[in-house]
Design a binder for this molecule. Structure first.
Ligand code: HEM
Ligand SMILES: [Ca+2]
Ligand SMILES: [Ca+2]
Length: 299
């Protein structure tokens, strides 16, 4: 089973080595925390938190279009490299992914807290398992609720964990179906729940024919800070994805959005709980799975 400080005897410096790696990578590139946090989400929802998302090869999860915009792999690899020098064959890639995401949040100004470790690495990674397990921005509340509850996560967890969009970036194609630009450059809202000034700003950053690598900030107000600004944005009809906006619209979740917008501490308290649940989805422990030598390939 998982336990706090699982590596206390086998590799006492493990958590320190991971957080050092995340810290230095993030100070060189401030977009790293967002990438590490999303990587964890996409790992845990497919085959559980087992580093299946890291495996390279034909038809692995990484090759699915829903995962092509993932990043942060090189940070996980450099943490693993250090760990293999000091504690060979000891620390799983699955734990590195979870710890790195935990540290990324703290580095961006969010809550810092302990999480249990002892995850083992999986050997299965199929592109075909990605779509049925990852939320699409077009999902309705009912679809999101159903998928989250299949992972043991509640409606409160959905509202809380969506708060991850207080940091990080999104490519234009992730929200471009919410408005349209006519030939004269004039805006037409397709999703009328979107604030039109905000939609204009997005359209300017993502004009028709923009490069597919163009990105915008999920939270333009405080893009690098892990704070409760995301929820204030939602109430102002400035949620970037349809799946964000719906949290403020739906009667089942609106109260929670308002509470988090009004009280950052309550968001942070919820975050600790929901993050713990996220990081224990479908974990492999004890004699299940393996400790990979390289995070990109099964042993
Ligand atoms: C609930 C449904 C969710 C949907 C539909 C969703 C969808 C997306 C999409 C489309 C992007 C933009 C990707 C890109 O274009 O590069 C994104 C970014 C991001 N998501 Fe989510 N997401 C959801 C929940 C979550 C959760 C639960 C977490 C983590 C706990 C998370 C963390 C992130 C982060 C940190 C980014 C920024 C990534 C970066 O900077 O590279 N998301 N999400
Ligand atoms: Ca996984
Ligand atoms: Ca923010």
């Amino acid at each position: 089973s998982l336990s706090f400080n699982f590596y206390a005897i086998s590799c006492p410096g493990a958590e320190f080595m991971v957080s050092n790696t995340v810290r230095s990578a993030s100070s060189a590139d401030p977009t790293i925390p967002g990438k590490l946090l999303r990587l964890l989400f996409h790992d845990c929802f497919v085959e559980g938190c087992d580093a299946s998302v890291l495996l390279q090869g034909n038809e692995t999860e990484r090759s699915d279009p829903a995962n092509t915009s993932l990043g942060g792999f090189s940070v996980i690899d450099s943490a693993k490299r250090v760990l293999e020098i000091f504690c060979p064959g000891t620390v799983s890639c699955a734990d590195i992914v979870a710890l790195a995401a935990r540290d990324a949040v703290a580095i961006a100004g969010g809550p810092a807290f302990q999480i249990p470790t002892g995850r083992r690495d999986g050997r299965i990674s199929n592109a075909a398992n990605v779509r049925p397990n990852i939320v699409d921005t077009s999902f309705t509340m009912d679809e999101m609720t159903k998928l989250f509850s299949s992972k043991g996560l509640s409606l409160d967890d959905l509202v809380t964990l969506s708060g991850a969009h207080t940091i990080g970036l999104a490519h234009c194609n992730a929200f471009s179906d919410r408005f349209r630009q006519d030939s004269k450059g004039k805006l037409t809202l397709i999703d009328t729940s979107l604030d039109s000034t905000y939609a204009e700003e997005l359209m300017k950053k993502c004009p028709a024919g923009a490069s597919t690598s163009t990105t915008v900030s999920n939270d333009p107000e405080t893009s690098l800070a892990f704070d409760n600004q995301y929820y204030t944005n939602l109430l102002a009809h400035r949620g970037l994805f349809q799946s964000d906006s719906v949290l403020a619209k739906d009667g089942r979740t609106r109260k929670q959005v308002e509470a988090f917008a009004n009280d950052q501490e309550s968001f942070f308290r919820s975050w600790r709980e929901s993050f713990l649940k996220l990081t224990t989805i479908g974990v492999k422990t004890d004699d299940e799975g393996e400790i990979r030598q390289s995070c990109s390939f099964a042993n």
